[in-house]
Design a binder for this molecule. Sequence first.
Ligand code: PBG
Length: 328
Amino acid sequence: MYPLRRNRRLRLNESVRSLVRETVVTPNDFIVPLFVEEGKGVKEGIASMPDYYRYSLDLLVGEVKELWALGIKSVLLFVKVPDHLKDNKGTEAANPDGLMQRAIRTVKEAVPEMVVMTDVALDPYSVYGHDGIVEGGKIVNDATVEALCAMGLSHAAAGADFIAPSDMMDGRILALRETLENNSFEDVGIMAYSAKYASAFYGPFRDALESAPVDAQNIPKDKKTYQMDFHNRLEALREVRMDIEEGADIVMVKPGLPYLDVVREVKNKSEVPVAVYQVSGEYAMTKAAAANGWLDHDAVMMEQLVAIKRAGADLIATYFAKEAAKLL
Ligand code: PBG
């Protein structure tokens, strides 16, 4: 009770504040999403993601070494697939010499200790821009899971440390876990995008990979039959519980900042590490406001990352990782 208790004593100066600080973000918390494309000497900007790039494999090497030198321990790989390799079944996704599989080997060769995580979903490989196979105007579940298993297995064979299914098909964690076990990849982990919402915040990412769902007759125009309805909370807990039962090593909530209520609930109810994906739209909003001089870029970036960790994130996938690591 005041005046016995003056809360401002613990805010008196920076030294005291750092002594009593509850949440600290470090580069160990970060997972860096990396966009890869074919070619040589390519470092290509993404219009809706300022200061973010797609790299060809030769330039990826330097980038990964730089990240490692900054104290970053993990990258999450995404590939931009040439149009002529896309089909409905995502056949190219399991090609042992596909771009993803070569990217995994490239990163592991450049920095063997770097934890390499890979996106497992068909959308970059799909002519329709969907995470699953389309049949009769529907995204079919079980056939997609089969394709994802072939894809995930090829990532493990190429040297991935964790596969990260971002597709939201039912039962894919169990199927992937069994596939890994049955093929002597018992040490390869699964980071499950467990509570992944159908979000409009993914727009810039779909620009980066040219992977947006196509607008055509009889093709669903959004991902709402597999990604979660953002009005829901309990559904996230159910998805997380089932993914853990099916063998997920890490569960994820996505997007980040608008979903921190969900992050906290998932954290309170789970005994595995919780990852949060601060997605492309969150990044784009911050960059746009900062470019206009409306917000202090670095301060707002750090505040968001701390908020995500304070909400319960053990790991944060973020496009700010490199810039934040430089500041820390
Ligand atoms: C694809 C995938 C998406 C993201 C990660 N994996 C897009 C989508 O589901 O449409 C979004 C990441 C971001 O917006 O930063 N399965």
